[in-house]
Design a protein around this ligand. Structure first.
Ligand code: OOB
Length: 544
């Protein structure tokens, strides 16, 4: 069943159990425990199609049981993969826990993903179903899901939240189902990627629950906390850092924010007494500006987590005073490792670092980036920038069914090569100073250069393409595609952007800028020199 999942070595797993990190609990049984302790308290608040839902833990527990039974009756079996594409609607939590209780593995797609990406997730995971919504933000997700089902042999079902079929399924009489193996895979997350297509990240109940439990503690969540999921909730940050799962673990309420703009978020902060939320830096900047003019009462807000991309010092300094709350920086990755500044860290640490790891057993190596085969001997001294490698009780040992890629993405002794450049302080805090991977971080949304290059190269007039990051005041980075046309070809930027969008990919991956050039600068060995392309862009920007 778990073929394709690279497990931890037995000795290491035994250590993680003995240390109390892995406790042999599944997410389904966590919900049972929390629902017993906090039955009548609010678990979920959210809006769908203009209607507000407000469910207690007992109600959430009951719905998850019903959905699990309904999914099982519809033929979903333990270990089956289900591509899940839900926006921030209240049904997100009942559906995810329903899948977990049925033993199925959600594959967490983002609402921005389109047909090409969803098809890839379904094919890679051999999913049996796609579970989504109908129309949302002017996109017909159900139609896209049906197109995926038509094109992928393994996909038998399309389930649409809000449809009469789904409402029936969710009304199935609840019954106890066998609890899945806590050391087995619970779900697949998506990597930001740097190569061709996003990789699938297998996370187990044991490992993920450990990161959720510690995140809830580090972020001081309590039963009277109220967490606002402002970012797309299927992403690791709002899901588990500490996210809706951290809130649930603490018996606290989760408010699902349908859109992240300041008007919507501030309305919900005021109405629900939100105490904690998480945002990417550009959103933090937008909220800081809006806070100066808002008539909303944001006084309940106690902690704002900022992460997903580097939060510059100036912005970091403005967040707390503008929003009347404490700042916590978070540097995490769907592959595992999550670092937080602590609520009792000195201000200087909170403003200038991205925190330190969750676990005493998160192993950190900062190595010479020029030596990709680095062993422990090639560590750079504290305070110097190097490439971050990590291994630990909630960091994967391999992507799902990706043997070839795993051979380079992990060291032989199991460290994950994050592709991030960091500096470590003697006290163990990490400062993210750059990136060695070919990825553009567009305000927290990750774009793999090669994936977009492949789409561009599918255009008949394109001979070669290279996608690089351009510094951007608001997003931190945007994408610029350099394109060499075939002889006699003269595609325009607008045409190429439209072409890429029509290939069915998330809008955030469509190049922001397109530059048509005669040839690429090359390195000594004849590879396209992205460094020179970035320099050329910088020179262009300097002139402008
Ligand atoms: C989070 O997860 P992913 O998987 O979307 O992206 C991970 C990558 C990191 O390798 C790093 O390159 C970048 O995003 N990143 C940051 C950062 N937080 C993430 N770069 C600089 N400063 C930060 N604070 O983005 C994610 C997962 C869990 C919690 C928070 C973010």
């Amino acid at each position: 069943m778990s073929a394709g999942h690279v497990a931890w070595p037995a000795e290491t797993a035994a250590h993680y159990r003995a240390a109390g990190y892995w406790r042999g609990q599944t997410f389904g049984s966590l919900l049972t425990t929390v629902a017993e302790a906090y039955a009548g308290r609010t678990a979920v608040v959210g809006e769908r199609d203009g209607e507000t839902a407000r469910w207690t833990f007992a109600e959430l527990d009951d719905q998850a049981h019903r959905i699990a039974a309904g999914l099982t009756d519809s033929g979903i079996r333990p270990g089956d993969r289900v591509v899940l594409q839900l926006p921030n609607i209240p049904e997100f939590l009942p559906v995810v826990f329903g899948l977990w209780r049925a033993g199925a593995w959600p594959v967490f797609a983002l609402p921005a993903h389109r047909e090409t990406e969803l098809r890839h997730f379904a094919e890679q995971s051999e999913a049996v179903a796609v579970l989504t919504v109908g129309e949302h933000d002017r996109h017909d997700h159900a139609a896209t899901a049906r197109a995926v089902a038509d094109g992928v042999a393994s996909v038998r079902d399309v389930l649409v939240v809000g449809s009469p079929e789904f409402t029936d399924l969710a009304a199935t009489a609840p019954r106890e189902l066998p609890d899945p193996d806590p050391s087995g895979v619970a779900f697949l997350q998506l990597s930001g990627g740097s190569t061709g297509l996003p990789k699938l990240i297998p996370r187990t109940h044991d490992d993920y629950l450990y990161s959720v439990r510690e995140s809830a503690r580090i972020c001081a969540l309590r039963p009277d906390s109220v967490y606002l999921a402002a970012l797309p909730v299927a992403h690791n940050f709002p899901l588990s850092s500490p996210g809706v799962l951290g809130a649930l673990h603490a018996g606290a309420a989760s408010v699902l924010c349908p859109r992240p703009d300041a008007d919507t978020a501030f309305r919900l902060i005021e109405a629900e007494g939100v105490t904690i939320t998480g945002v990417v830096p550009p959103l933090a900047a937008a909220w800081v500006q809006a806070a100066a003019r808002t008539a909303r009462d944001l006084s309940t807000l106690d902690v704002i987590l900022v992460g997903g991309a580097k939060c510059g010092r100036e912005l970091a300094e403005r967040i707390g005073p503008a929003l009347g709350c404490r700042l916590q920086q978070v540097f995490g990755m769907a592959e595992g490792l999550v670092c937080y500044t602590r609520l009792d860290d000195p201000e200087e640490i909170v403003l200038s670092t991205q925190g330190r790891p969750i676990s005493p057993d998160d192993e950190i190596r900062v190595v010479d980036p020029a030596n990709p085969e680095a062993t422990s001997e090639d560590l750079v001294p504290d305070g110097e920038a190097g490439a971050l490698l990590t291994r630990g009780p909630y960091t994967i040992r391999g992507y799902f069914r990706a043997e070839e890629h795993n051979a380079t993405a992990f060291t032989p002794d199991g460290f994950y090569r994050t592709g991030d450049l960091v500096r470590r302080t003697p006290a163990g805090h990490l400062e993210v100073v750059g990136r060695a991977k070919e990825q553009i971080n567009r305000g927290g949304e990750k774009v793999a250069a090669e994936e977009v290059e492949n789409h561009l190269m599918a255009h008949p007039a394109v001979l070669d393409a290279a996608v690089v990051a351009v510094p951007d005041e608001y997003l931190g980075e945007r994408t610029c595609a350099y394109v060499v046309p075939v002889a006699g070809g003269a595609p325009t930027g607008a045409e190429l952007r439209r072409f890429v969008r029509e290939r069915g990919i998330a809008a955030f991956k469509v190049p922001d800028l397109v530059q048509v050039v005669e040839a690429f600068p090359v390195t000594g060995v004849g590879k396209t020199s992205k460094r020179e392309l970035r320099a050329a862009l910088a020179a262009l920007a300097g002139k402008g």
